[in-house]
Design a binder for this molecule. Structure first.
Ligand code: AMP
Length: 219
């Protein structure tokens, strides 16, 4: 199964992808995580990506498409994937179609997670994660049970993403509206687009996603 989660930064794509991964035996492919790893590793692609990433802009299509193409061709992706953050432009969507056609695979569903912009700034600017295990937290909505201690691994160090500052978040939202939103009519035209309310409580969103996936599977 190939599932695409589409939605602005902070819509909850990563959180939901992690929940669905295990349940459906799929692998979450996050191009944001790939970019962060490339930047941390100091690779050539990482060096190119860094200025765009820091500014909240999209990394050029050729760089991100090459990164993604290499990853999706790996054997562990054969069982099925949830794409989180890719494609983000029409050019990327076309490149994805071409890649999948060569692999004789197809997109089962594209699910839009609908959220409103103002809520997103608050959601994103407050998020942080455990430096050791990556568990996600939020200043207002999901603090660790014991202050300063990770619920999952007991770690005491936390980190915030460089691009989660309020001013960068606004750029990322504008970029989404200009460059990524055109994917909605693109996939609607292909008959694979579904939508869920991303403003609902986390468990409700997961439930709606399950329903959308179930409907896609029965086709
Ligand atoms: P994310 O973690 O998905 O919010 O992505 C963080 C940043 O990584 C974005 O703001 C972009 O700079 C870069 N990035 C991730 N995915 C893509 C993509 N598909 N196309 C271009 N840039 C991307």
């Amino acid at each position: 199964m190939i599932l695409i989660l589409l939605g602005p930064p902070g819509a909850g794509k990563g959180t939901q992808a992690k929940r669905l991964e295990e349940e459906y035996g799929l692998l979450q492919l996050s191009t944001g995580d790939m970019v962060r790893a490339a930047i941390a590793g100091g690779t050539a692609a990482g060096k190119t990506a860094k200025t765009f990433y820091d500014a909240g802009k999209l990394v050029p299509d050729d760089v991100i498409i090459a990164m993604f193409a290499e990853r999706i061709a790996a054997p562990d992706c054969a069982k099925g994937v949830i794409l989180d953050g890719f494609p983000r432009t029409v050019a990327q969507a076309e490149a994805l179609d071409a890649m999948l056609a060569r692999m004789d695979r197809r997109i089962d569903a594209v699910i839009e997670m609908k959220v409103d912009d103002e809520a997103l700034v608050e959601r994103i600017a407050g998020r942080f994660s455990c430096a050791k295990c990556g568990a996600a937290y939020h200043d207002r909505f999901a603090r660790p049970r014991a202050e300063g201690i990770c619920d999952v691994c007991g770690g005491r160090e936390f980190k915030r993403r460089d691009d989660d500052k309020a001013e960068t978040v606004r750029t990322r939202l504008a970029v989404y509206n200009q460059q990524t939103a055109p994917l909605l009519p693109y996939y609607k035209g292909r008959g694979v687009l579904k939508a869920v309310d991303g403003m609902a409580p986390i468990d409700d969103v997961t439930r709606s996603l399950r329903q959308a996936i179930g409907a896609a599977r029965s086709h």
